[in-house]
Design a protein around this ligand. Structure first.
Ligand code: DGL
Length: 272
């Protein structure tokens, strides 16, 4: 059994990179729904429908443990899949997200008790971070900022261009204007680590930026440790397969930048 990693596009690679680094022994299948990215501006029903379709493809490919390495899909689709869909499927299938593991540790980093979350509009509107952080750290104040231009900048390979500076500075200023106490920032979208150099450029030095990839990777390691029934089913040949719903050649070019090594993907045809 391979472990499935899903994202709307390339962003999940920033999480997968850390998962592969921490847990290199397992076999993985990465699926990016590049044909329908970005998910961020889409409504609940659409994101749920797209995510479920991709999760089902991963299940069909033998990945009975799937990580939604996408905050938007975790915010908008995870609960419905866990509560409505999985109970109707054969037993032993699991889908995990990235928001809860991040929310469970964020309060350990802030000294002021004020945390900023940068995310897609869909994730912000879902209030998932606010709700999940409150469960673990009821005294932490959460300030959210939607950054609708950031995913298109990354998906269009413009994240290092001078034009990107304008939108990085704009959204950071809008977040920091909400409270002078923010000392910790969550990049609540897996695409955003690609903008990290520009984010650091416009962020006061005292503000720390959490690495969601590392947090999710150690949470997966912990999950597998606590669930030996799942862990023993995972094959361990250190093999990775990549699939994209768009052009495989485009995916390979771009994914190589994210992964820092050559990537060979295959095209996965959607039914729609
Ligand atoms: N990478 C996804 C996330 O973590 C969203 C990107 C998109 O809008 O498709 O939220």
């Amino acid at each position: 059994m391979n472990i499935g990693i899903f994202d709307s596009g390339y962003g999940g690679l920033t999480v997968f990179r850390d998962i592969e680094r921490l847990l290199p022994q397992y076999d993985y299948i990465y699926l990016g729904d590049n044909a329908r990215a970005p998910y961020g501006p889409r409504d609940f029903e659409t994101i749920y429908h797209y995510t479920l379709e991709c999760v089902n493809h991963l299940f069909d490919m033998g990945c009975h443990l799937v990580i939604l390495a996408c905050n938007t899909a975790s915010a908008k689709a995870l609960r419905s899949i866990q509560q409505q869909d999985l109970p109707l499927m054969p037993a032993g299938r699991r889908v995990l997200g990235v928001i809860r593991p991040t929310a469970e540790v964020v309060g350990n980093y802030t000294k002021t008790g004020s945390v900023g979350v940068l995310a897609t509009r869909g994730t912000v509107l879902s209030e998932s971070y606010v709700i999940e952080i409150a469960k673990s750290f009821p005294d932490v104040n959460v300030y959210q900022q939607a950054c609708p231009m950031w995913v298109p900048l990354v998906e269009n390979n413009e994240h290092n261009s001078p034009g990107a500076d304008y939108f990085v500075e704009k959204y950071l200023n809008e977040l920091l204007a909400q409270s002078p106490d923010i000392d910790t920032i969550v990049l609540g979208c897996t695409h955003y680590p690609l903008l990290i150099n520009k984010i650091r450029k416009y962020m006061p030095d005292a503000v720390q930026v959490l690495s969601q990839g590392e947090i999710v990777a150690s949470s997966l390691a912990d999950y597998l440790h606590r669930h030996p029934e799942m862990e023993t089913r995972c094959s361990k040949n250190s093999q990775v397969q990549y699939y994209t719903t768009e052009s495989a050649a485009d995916f390979d070019d771009k994914a190589a930048i994210f992964m820092g090594k050559p990537v060979r993907s295959a095209h996965l045809a959607l039914e729609v």
